[in-house]
Design a protein. Sequence first.
Length: 364
Amino acid sequence: MSITLTGIEFRPMTIPENIDAADAADFRAMADVRNAIYRHVSGHDDHAMTAAALLPHYRPDEYERRMSWLVLERGRPVGRLGLDLPIESASVVAFLLVELLPEVWGHGIGTGGLDLLEAVARANGRSILQSWTEHPDRPGPRLEPPTGFGSVPADDPAARFLTRHGFTLEQIERCSALDLRASGDDVQRLLAAARDAAEGYRVVQWVGPTPPEYVDGYAWMKSRMVTDAPSAAMQFDEERWDAARVALHDDRYLQADQLVQVTAAQHIGTGELCAFNELVIGVDRTLASHQEDTLVLREHRGHRLGMLVKCAGLLTWREVAPESPRVITFNAEENRPMLDINEAIGFAPISYEGAWKKVLSDGG
Ligand SMILES: CC(C)(COP(=O)(O)OP(=O)(O)OC[C@H]1O[C@@H](n2cnc3c(N)ncnc32)[C@H](O)[C@@H]1OP(=O)(O)O)[C@@H](O)C(=O)NCCC(=O)NCCS
C-alpha cells in the first residue's frame, strides 16, 4: 500500500539483492535516516548500522514478515516506517516503528505513518501493536509503567505521540554501557567467584557459526528467550528454534559481517547447555560492541551462571575485539537479578526505552 499526502510519500521498501544494486538507493536512504534519527535522539552513534549490515536482517524468511516504507517529503527521504509480523503461528501481534528526522516533526507525518501501519496490521489480522523507543530525559511530569519500575518523561515527543494515539507504556528497558578501556580486574575477580559457585558446570564458547555439537542446545536456549525473560504485559508468541533456524540466524550475522561470540554454561553431567550470553560487533571493530541475548534457563538458576557466562564472555571479548571501546546492553528495569550482575561488572545506565502497546478495537 502506498499513500501520498500533501507532498509526503510512504514508499514501500524494495529489499535489494545487494547494497550496490541499481534498486538499492531507497534501502541505503533508509539506513541513513535511521542512523541520523538515532544520533539525534541518543546523542551518540552507538546504535548506528551500515546499510550492508542491515540488509541481511531484512531478507524475507519463514518466521517473520518484515515490511518497511521510506518516508519522502517532496522526494527527499525524511524517515522510515517498519512493521514486523511474526508468521510462524496464528499471531495477533505486530511490532512497529515510526521514525522521522527531527526537522519534520510536528507536521502530522508521524500520525499519517501510524495510520498506514495500523491499517496494514489490521489487514493482516493483528490486534496488538507494540513498539520500543528511546526517551531522552527531561524535566517535568513522568509516565510510569504498571511494573512500577522506571519511568519516562511524559513530555518527550515520542511519549506524547504514542500516548495520544492510544498506546500504553508497559515496561522500561534500561540501556547501559560498560567501558572496555577500564581495567578488567573486577571481571576477573567476579568470574573466579562465579566459577566457585557454579560447581558441576563448565564454560564453552564459540564465534559463529554455531559448531554442530552445540546447535541443539543453542536452539533450545534461543527458543526459551521469549518465555523465560521478563516481558511485563508485552505479548510475544512462542518461537520454535531448530537447526535450520540457527543456521539462518548465524548466516544473517555472517552476511552482515557481524561477529557473534556465544559463551555458554554446560552442565557437565548431562552435557546440556543451560545459560548463554552473546556479544556482537559490526564490521568496524573500533566501534561499540553489543551484548544481545543473555539467559539462564529457569531450572538452572541460583548457580551464578549469569555472572559466569557474562564475565567469561567479556574477558575473551577483550581479545576478540580489542579496539572496541564499550559494550552496550538492554535490560528490563524490573529484572533485578540481571541488573545486579551488570552493575557489579561495571555497566552504568546511559538511557531508557519505553515498551509500548496498543490493543486495536474491533471497529477502528
Ligand atoms: C514520535 C514521532 C514519530 C512523531 O512524529 P510527528 O510527525 O512529529 O508526529 P505528528 O506531527 O503526527 O504529531 C506530533 C505533534 O504535532 C502536532 N501536529 C500534527 N500535525 C500538525 C500540523 N499539521 N501542524 C502543527 N502541529 C501538528 C500533533 O498534534 C502533535 O502534538 P503533541 O505533541 O502536542 O501531541 C517523531 O517525533 C519521531 O520520529 N521521533 C523519533 C523516533 C521515535 O521515537 N518514534 C516513536 C515511535 S515508534
